[in-house]
Design a protein around this ligand. Structure first.
Ligand SMILES: Nc1ncnc2c1ncn2[C@@H]1O[C@H](COP(=O)(O)OP(=O)(O)OP(=O)(O)O)[C@@H](O)[C@H]1O
Length: 234
């Protein structure tokens, strides 16, 4: 396997009164895309939270080669419709980690923001409120915000779920492109077609890692039937 961007050993993590991951061990290979797959409630978002540092591990070790903070693109359903921000302001927030919260953005920051809006095909929506956008447009804005952080580890929670083919393709192409430029991408997804195109896959069930490796080895009919039959019983 390629060099590891993150190595988790015996990790436990969750929420007050609710342990989700326990004895969790996995590798995230550097400079490629990893898919995190599993039924609803299997712990995918929790794992992304742990990788981003938002959710602290209560046991185990996490070794990162990540420089600086990872970028975390949350599920678009987590963003309220009434969020009073334009697309440009949303993407510009991606520069705050570098610039500091109330500092003016530099010309470089503005050009980074413009170029990711352009690359995601949302430059013409720059002045629109996030809450007025379609799901696919909003997702592009959130992905652009993540990319504007220029982090070497980019974590995305269901970036392509529920989108039409053109939005899915736009996002997938950009994510593929950034891995060739040295970024490590981890996406939690229910989109099995997207998961099959990644380099590495983690299959989760009930906070445990069932298997990890190349998608063709992990996403077998047997494994998927197991995960989704289990899910139906719980
Ligand atoms: N803030 C929270 N407080 C308490 N429990 C939570 C919280 N968020 C998630 N959980 C619980 O943790 C478990 C794992 O949830 P998580 O969101 O990580 O799963 P998931 O695989 O991302 O699910 P989905 O596919 O539905 O997004 C679930 O049982 C969920 O109810």
């Amino acid at each position: 396997m390629a060099a590891s961007q993150v190595t988790l050993s015996a990790v436990a993590a969750g929420y007050p009164g609710r342990l989700v991951l326990s004895g969790f061990a996995a590798q995230i290979p550097a400079f490629g895309t990893t898919a995190v797959v599993g039924a609803n409630g299997s712990g995918k978002s929790t794992l992304l939270g742990v990788l981003s540092g938002v959710i602290p591990a209560t046991a185990g070790t996490i070794v990162h080669r990540t420089k600086g903070r990872p970028a975390f693109v949350v599920q678009r359903s987590a963003i309220a419709d009434t969020f009073p921000l334009t697309v440009r302001e949303t993407v510009s927030m991606g520069r705050w980690a570098e610039r500091g919260l109330w500092r003016r953005l530099t010309a470089h920051d503005r050009s980074v923001v413009d170029s990711w809006m352009e690359r995601l095909g949302i430059a013409d929506l720059a002045g629109r409120q996030l809450g007025e956008l379609s799901g696919g447009q909003r997702q592009r804005a959130l992905v652009a915000q993540g990319l504007a952080q220029e982090a070497d580890l980019l974590l995305l929670d269901e970036p392509t779920t529920g989108l039409d083919a053109s939005a899915r393709q736009a996002i997938t192409e950009v994510l593929d492109e950034v891995t060739t430029n040295g970024v490590t991408v981890v996406q939690a997804t229910h989109d099995l077609a997207a998961a099959r195109r990644t380099d590495h896959c983690l299959l989760l069930h009930d906070g445990q890692l069932l298997s990890e490796g190349p998608p063709a080895d992990v996403l077998t009919d047997d494994a998927l039937n197991r995960v989704w039959q289990f899910a139906e019983r719980v």
